[in-house]
Design a protein around this ligand. Structure first.
Ligand code: HEM
Length: 174
Protein backbone atom coordinates (compact mmCIF):
# COMPACT_ATOMS: atom_id res chain seq x y z
CA UNK A 1 0.00 0.00 0.00
CA UNK A 2 1.31 3.46 -0.92
CA UNK A 3 1.57 5.79 2.07
CA UNK A 4 2.32 9.42 2.81
CA UNK A 5 5.93 10.36 3.56
CA UNK A 6 7.02 10.42 7.23
CA UNK A 7 7.34 14.22 7.08
CA UNK A 8 3.79 14.56 5.72
CA UNK A 9 2.50 12.29 8.53
CA UNK A 10 4.35 14.29 11.19
CA UNK A 11 3.09 17.63 9.83
CA UNK A 12 -0.48 16.30 9.56
CA UNK A 13 -0.67 15.15 13.20
CA UNK A 14 1.30 18.04 14.65
CA UNK A 15 -0.88 20.64 12.92
CA UNK A 16 -4.04 18.72 13.90
CA UNK A 17 -2.96 18.68 17.56
CA UNK A 18 -2.01 22.37 17.61
CA UNK A 19 -5.29 23.36 15.92
CA UNK A 20 -7.33 21.44 18.52
CA UNK A 21 -5.37 23.18 21.32
CA UNK A 22 -5.66 26.66 19.73
CA UNK A 23 -9.38 26.12 19.08
CA UNK A 24 -10.14 24.97 22.64
CA UNK A 25 -8.01 27.74 24.13
CA UNK A 26 -9.69 30.34 21.87
CA UNK A 27 -13.17 29.33 23.03
CA UNK A 28 -12.05 29.20 26.68
CA UNK A 29 -10.19 32.53 26.80
CA UNK A 30 -12.98 34.64 25.28
CA UNK A 31 -15.33 33.45 28.04
CA UNK A 32 -13.08 34.58 30.91
CA UNK A 33 -14.60 37.68 32.51
CA UNK A 34 -12.52 40.76 33.21
CA UNK A 35 -8.91 41.47 32.32
CA UNK A 36 -7.14 38.87 34.45
CA UNK A 37 -3.48 37.77 34.12
CA UNK A 38 -4.75 34.27 33.26
CA UNK A 39 -6.78 35.68 30.38
CA UNK A 40 -3.77 37.59 29.05
CA UNK A 41 -1.61 34.47 29.29
CA UNK A 42 -4.22 32.43 27.43
CA UNK A 43 -4.42 35.06 24.69
CA UNK A 44 -0.64 35.00 24.29
CA UNK A 45 -0.50 31.20 24.18
CA UNK A 46 -3.39 31.16 21.73
CA UNK A 47 -1.58 33.55 19.40
CA UNK A 48 1.71 31.64 19.62
CA UNK A 49 -0.05 28.34 18.89
CA UNK A 50 -1.82 29.95 15.92
CA UNK A 51 1.40 31.46 14.54
CA UNK A 52 3.10 28.06 14.89
CA UNK A 53 0.27 26.50 12.89
CA UNK A 54 0.80 29.12 10.19
CA UNK A 55 4.57 28.43 10.03
CA UNK A 56 4.01 24.67 9.88
CA UNK A 57 1.29 25.17 7.24
CA UNK A 58 3.87 26.92 5.02
CA UNK A 59 6.29 23.99 5.43
CA UNK A 60 3.47 21.53 4.80
CA UNK A 61 2.30 23.22 1.60
CA UNK A 62 5.84 23.32 0.21
CA UNK A 63 6.37 19.67 1.14
CA UNK A 64 3.05 18.70 -0.47
CA UNK A 65 3.96 20.49 -3.72
CA UNK A 66 7.11 18.36 -4.00
CA UNK A 67 5.58 15.12 -2.68
CA UNK A 68 2.19 14.35 -4.20
CA UNK A 69 -0.33 12.40 -2.08
CA UNK A 70 -0.58 8.66 -2.80
CA UNK A 71 -3.39 7.90 -5.30
CA UNK A 72 -6.88 7.02 -4.00
CA UNK A 73 -7.87 3.32 -4.00
CA UNK A 74 -9.44 2.27 -7.33
CA UNK A 75 -12.63 1.23 -5.53
CA UNK A 76 -13.27 4.87 -4.58
CA UNK A 77 -15.75 6.42 -7.05
CA UNK A 78 -15.02 9.57 -9.06
CA UNK A 79 -17.48 11.66 -7.06
CA UNK A 80 -16.02 10.54 -3.73
CA UNK A 81 -12.50 11.30 -4.97
CA UNK A 82 -13.58 14.80 -6.06
CA UNK A 83 -15.29 15.39 -2.70
CA UNK A 84 -12.14 14.28 -0.83
CA UNK A 85 -9.88 16.49 -2.96
CA UNK A 86 -12.24 19.44 -2.49
CA UNK A 87 -12.35 19.01 1.28
CA UNK A 88 -8.56 18.65 1.49
CA UNK A 89 -8.20 21.86 -0.58
CA UNK A 90 -10.57 23.68 1.76
CA UNK A 91 -8.61 22.51 4.80
CA UNK A 92 -5.32 23.66 3.25
CA UNK A 93 -6.89 27.07 2.68
CA UNK A 94 -8.18 27.22 6.26
CA UNK A 95 -4.90 26.30 7.98
CA UNK A 96 -3.61 29.55 6.46
CA UNK A 97 -6.76 31.68 6.60
CA UNK A 98 -7.65 30.96 10.25
CA UNK A 99 -4.27 32.04 11.72
CA UNK A 100 -4.02 34.99 9.29
CA UNK A 101 -7.47 36.29 10.24
CA UNK A 102 -6.52 36.07 13.94
CA UNK A 103 -3.22 37.80 13.26
CA UNK A 104 -4.82 40.69 11.39
CA UNK A 105 -7.55 40.93 14.01
CA UNK A 106 -4.88 41.31 16.68
CA UNK A 107 -3.11 44.02 14.65
CA UNK A 108 -6.37 45.86 13.94
CA UNK A 109 -7.04 45.77 17.70
CA UNK A 110 -3.66 47.47 18.21
CA UNK A 111 -1.93 44.45 19.79
CA UNK A 112 1.13 43.40 17.75
CA UNK A 113 2.23 39.79 18.31
CA UNK A 114 5.53 39.00 20.05
CA UNK A 115 6.12 35.31 19.28
CA UNK A 116 6.89 33.38 22.51
CA UNK A 117 7.35 36.78 24.14
CA UNK A 118 10.73 37.03 22.38
CA UNK A 119 10.34 37.75 18.67
CA UNK A 120 8.23 40.72 17.52
CA UNK A 121 6.32 39.73 14.35
CA UNK A 122 5.74 42.21 11.50
CA UNK A 123 3.12 44.91 12.07
CA UNK A 124 1.50 44.78 8.64
CA UNK A 125 -1.46 47.10 9.32
CA UNK A 126 -2.16 50.03 11.66
CA UNK A 127 -4.72 49.69 14.44
CA UNK A 128 -8.14 50.03 12.81
CA UNK A 129 -11.34 50.32 14.89
CA UNK A 130 -13.51 49.80 11.76
CA UNK A 131 -11.81 46.57 10.69
CA UNK A 132 -11.47 45.22 14.23
CA UNK A 133 -15.06 43.89 14.65
CA UNK A 134 -15.13 42.64 11.04
CA UNK A 135 -11.88 40.67 11.43
CA UNK A 136 -13.12 39.26 14.72
CA UNK A 137 -16.24 37.94 12.96
CA UNK A 138 -14.14 36.61 10.07
CA UNK A 139 -11.83 34.78 12.52
CA UNK A 140 -14.84 33.26 14.27
CA UNK A 141 -16.62 32.28 11.03
CA UNK A 142 -13.50 30.69 9.50
CA UNK A 143 -13.02 28.74 12.72
CA UNK A 144 -16.55 27.38 12.53
CA UNK A 145 -16.02 26.35 8.90
CA UNK A 146 -12.75 24.68 9.97
CA UNK A 147 -14.56 22.84 12.77
CA UNK A 148 -17.19 21.62 10.25
CA UNK A 149 -14.46 20.58 7.80
CA UNK A 150 -12.55 18.67 10.48
CA UNK A 151 -15.81 16.95 11.52
CA UNK A 152 -16.47 15.80 7.93
CA UNK A 153 -12.83 14.75 7.54
CA UNK A 154 -13.00 12.57 10.67
CA UNK A 155 -16.37 11.07 9.64
CA UNK A 156 -14.93 10.22 6.20
CA UNK A 157 -11.89 8.56 7.84
CA UNK A 158 -14.20 6.49 10.07
CA UNK A 159 -16.32 5.45 7.07
CA UNK A 160 -13.22 4.28 5.20
CA UNK A 161 -12.01 2.37 8.24
CA UNK A 162 -15.21 0.67 9.40
CA UNK A 163 -17.60 0.60 6.41
CA UNK A 164 -15.37 0.48 3.29
CA UNK A 165 -12.57 -1.29 5.23
CA UNK A 166 -10.05 -0.09 2.65
CA UNK A 167 -7.29 0.75 5.18
CA UNK A 168 -7.03 4.30 3.84
CA UNK A 169 -6.43 5.55 7.40
CA UNK A 170 -3.15 3.58 7.63
CA UNK A 171 -1.62 5.70 4.85
CA UNK A 172 -1.31 8.67 7.24
CA UNK A 173 -0.37 6.63 10.35
CA UNK A 174 3.32 6.32 11.26
C1 HEM B 1 -4.90 27.42 14.24
C2 HEM B 1 -5.05 28.67 14.43
C3 HEM B 1 -6.15 29.29 15.24
C4 HEM B 1 -7.33 28.75 15.71
C5 HEM B 1 -7.84 27.31 15.53
C6 HEM B 1 -8.02 29.80 16.42
C7 HEM B 1 -9.25 29.66 17.06
C8 HEM B 1 -9.91 30.65 17.76
C9 HEM B 1 -11.20 30.51 18.39
C10 HEM B 1 -12.06 29.25 18.36
C11 HEM B 1 -11.49 31.69 18.99
C12 HEM B 1 -12.77 32.04 19.75
C13 HEM B 1 -13.67 32.85 18.84
C14 HEM B 1 -14.89 33.37 19.57
O1 HEM B 1 -15.54 32.59 20.26
O2 HEM B 1 -15.17 34.55 19.39
C15 HEM B 1 -10.40 32.59 18.75
C16 HEM B 1 -10.31 33.89 19.21
C17 HEM B 1 -9.21 34.72 19.03
N1 HEM B 1 -8.09 34.46 18.26
FE1 HEM B 1 -7.69 32.73 17.32
N2 HEM B 1 -7.26 30.95 16.37
C18 HEM B 1 -6.11 30.68 15.66
C19 HEM B 1 -5.08 31.55 15.40
C20 HEM B 1 -4.96 32.83 15.89
C21 HEM B 1 -3.83 33.72 15.69
C22 HEM B 1 -2.59 33.37 14.86
C23 HEM B 1 -4.10 34.85 16.36
C24 HEM B 1 -3.27 36.09 16.50
C25 HEM B 1 -1.99 36.14 16.31
C26 HEM B 1 -5.40 34.71 16.99
C27 HEM B 1 -6.02 35.67 17.75
C28 HEM B 1 -7.24 35.54 18.36
C29 HEM B 1 -7.84 36.53 19.23
C30 HEM B 1 -7.21 37.87 19.61
C31 HEM B 1 -9.08 36.02 19.64
C32 HEM B 1 -10.07 36.67 20.60
C33 HEM B 1 -11.21 37.33 19.87
C34 HEM B 1 -12.00 38.07 20.90
O3 HEM B 1 -11.44 38.89 21.61
O4 HEM B 1 -13.21 37.83 20.97
N3 HEM B 1 -5.90 33.48 16.67
N4 HEM B 1 -9.45 31.93 17.99
Amino acid sequence: MLRYTKTAMLLHWLIALLIVCAFALGLTMVDIHGFTPTKLHYYSWHKWLGCTVFGLACVRLLWRLWHPAPPYPVAMGQLQQKAATGLHGLMYFLIFAVPLSGYFYSLAAGVPVVYLGLFPLPVLIDPNPEWKPILKQVHYALNMILAGGVGLHVLAALKHQFIDRDNLFKRILP
